[in-house]
Design a protein around this ligand. Structure first.
Ligand SMILES: Cc1ncc(COP(=O)(O)O)c(C=O)c1O
Length: 395
C-alpha cells in the first residue's frame, strides 16, 4: 500500500465513525487549507520573504487576544504540553514546590514534576463533587506555599474555584497557571469560566481539543509580565533553553483562520457543546451507566465521564463501542465537541446516549465484551452517522 492510500483510508475511517474522543475535534475546510499551504519556513525579520507572514502572525496574535480578552498572547508553542513545560521552566527553579492535580482520580496532567527537579504537591480532590477540595486546598496552600499552582485537568467536568485559590496564592507571592487545554474552546466561546478574570495569572493550553483549531499551544495573560517566559518559549537560542526556535508557520496561519471563523459561531457552538454533554449524560444515566458528577448535574463541559476504576476494563468497553463505530478511550471519557461541530443537537445526543446505554448495559449483564446481535441498534447508529455526514459543519 502506498502512503497516500493509507492516509485516505485513515481519513475515511475518521469520517465514518462517531468520534467522542474528548481531546479531538474537526477542522473546517478553510483551516485545513491554511495548514496545507506552504508558507515561508521562518518568520524572523532576519530572513527575506517573510513580510506577509509577519502580517499573518500579528493578525493571529490579535485574534487570540480579542477572543480571550487578554493583553499578551504567546502563540508559538507547538503543543499544550510545551506550554506547560515552558511555564515550569520559566517561572520556577530547582526545589520549588509546584501544586498540580494528581492523575488519578482527578485527571491532572501527568507531567513528571520531579523530573524537572521540582517538588510535587498534590492538589486535594473531592471525588463526590468531582472538583478541587477547596477547604483542604486552602489549608495546603497556607502551609506549603507552592511557588506555582496549576489548575485545570484532563478530566474536567466543572469549573475550578480559581478566585478563592488565586487570592491565597497571590497573598504569599505565588503564581496561578490555569491549564485550559481541554476547555479552551468553551472559554473562547464565553462559557465554562473566565480564568484570567477570575484571578489566574496565566491561561495556557492546546488549540485542538474543545477549540477546533490545528494542533498547538498558547500561553495567555493579562498584565502578567515575565521576561523569562518569553525567552524560554523562543525564539532566540542564544538566550538559554529555548523550546521553540522557528515556529510552525502553517499552524499559526491555520489557527488564525480557526479564530476568525470562531468569531461567527463560537459562542453558540460552546453553548451547544455543554447542552449536548448534559443531554448525553442524562440519557446514559437513564440506563444506569455509572457517571461521575451526578450530584452536580453530571457536567458543565464537553466531557461526560463514566466511573471506571480499571483502564484494562475500560479498554474492553472502548473496543466494544468501536465495533459499533463509536470512538472513545480506555478511560471511558465521552466528548461532545466534535459531534457538536458536525451538527449534533440535544436530540441526537440523547439518541446516541441511549444506544451507548443499551450496548453497555447488555455487556454489564452478560459480562461479555462482544457486540450483541441487535440489528435495530446498528441501524440507528448508521442513521446517526448519516445525519452527521449530511449535516452542515457549524462554521
Ligand atoms: C490537561 C492537559 N494539559 C496538557 C495536555 C497536552 O496537550 P497537547 O500536548 O496534546 O497539546 C493535555 C493532553 O491531553 C492535557 O490533558
Amino acid at each position: 500500500m502506498r502512503m497516500m492510500d493509507l492516509i485516505y483510508e485513515n481519513e475515511k475511517f475518521r469520517t465514518n465513525n462517531l468520534n467522542m474522543i474528548v481531546s479531538e475535534n474537526v477542522l473546517s475546510p478553510k483551516v485545513k487549507q491554511a495548514l496545507a499551504i506552504q508558507h515561508s519556513r521562518y518568520h524572523a525579520s532576519f530572513y527575506g520573504g517573510t513580510q506577509l507572514f509577519q502580517q499573518i502572525y500579528e493578525m493571529t496574535q490579535s485574534l487570540v487576544k480579542k477572543t480571550f480578552g487578554c493583553s499578551s498572547a504567546i502563540i508559538s508553542p507547538l503543543s499544550g504540553n510545551l506550554s506547560v513545560i515552558a511555564v515550569i521552566l520559566a517561572l520556577t527553579k530547582a526545589k520549588d514546590k509546584i501544586a498540580i492535580l494528581p492523575l488519578s482520580p482527578a485527571g491532572g496532567y501527568p507531567i513528571n514534576i520531579e523530573f524537572f527537579n521540582r517538588i510535587r504537591m498534590d492538589i486535594p480532590f473531592s471525588h463526590k463533587e468531582f472538583n478541587i477540595d477547596l477547604p483542604l486546598m486552602l489549608e495546603m496552600l497556607s502551609k506549603e506555599k507552592p511557588r506555582l499552582v496549576f489548575l485545570g485537568s484532563s478530566l474536567f467536568l466543572f469549573p475550578h474555584p480559581v478566585q478563592a485559590i488565586a487570592d491565597v496564592v497571590h497573598e504569599y507571592g505565588g503564581i496561578v497557571a490555569y491549564d485550559g487545554s481541554h476547555v479552551l474552546g468553551l472559554i473562547a466561546g464565553g462559557q465554562f469560566q473566565d480564568p484570567l478574570n477570575e484571578g489566574a495569572d496565566l491561561l495556557l493550553g492546546s488549540t485542538h481539543k474543545s477549540f477546533p483549531g490545528p494542533q498547538g499551544g498558547v500561553i495567555l495573560s493579562n498584565g502578567f509580565e515575565d521576561k523569562n517566559l518569553e525567552e524560554v518559549i523562543g525564539t532566540d537560542p542564544l538566550k538559554g533553553i529555548v523550546l521553540v526556535d522557528n515556529i510552525h508557520n502553517s499552524r499559526v496561519a491555520a489557527l488564525g483562520v480557526a479564530l476568525e471563523e470562531f468569531q461567527e459561531f463560537g459562542h453558540q457552538y460552546a453553548q451547544q457543546v455543554i447542552k449536548n454533554s448534559k443531554s448525553l449524560a442524562y440519557s446514559l444515566d437513564s440506563f444506569n451507566i455509572p457517571l461521575y458528577g451526578k450530584e452536580n448535574g453530571f457536567t458543565e463541559s464537553h466531557q461526560v465521564l463514566m466511573n471506571i476504576q480499571d483502564f484494562t476494563v475500560g479498554a474492553k468497553y472502548r473496543d466494544l463501542l468501536m465495533e459499533y463505530h463509536i470512538v472513545t478511550d480506555a478511560g471511558m471519557r465521552f466528548g461532545t465537541a466534535e459531534l457538536t461541530l458536525l451538527g449534533f443537537y440535544e436530540k441526537e445526543m440523547q439518541k446516541l446516549g441511549s444506544l451507548i446505554g443499551q450496548i453497555l448495559q447488555q455487556s454489564f449483564k452478560s459480562q461479555l465484551f462482544k457486540p450483541i446481535e441487535a440489528k435495530k441498534i446498528k441501524e440507528e447508529i448508521e442513521e446517526l452517522i448519516n445525519y452527521m455526514k449530511e449535516a452542515e459543519i457549524r462554521v
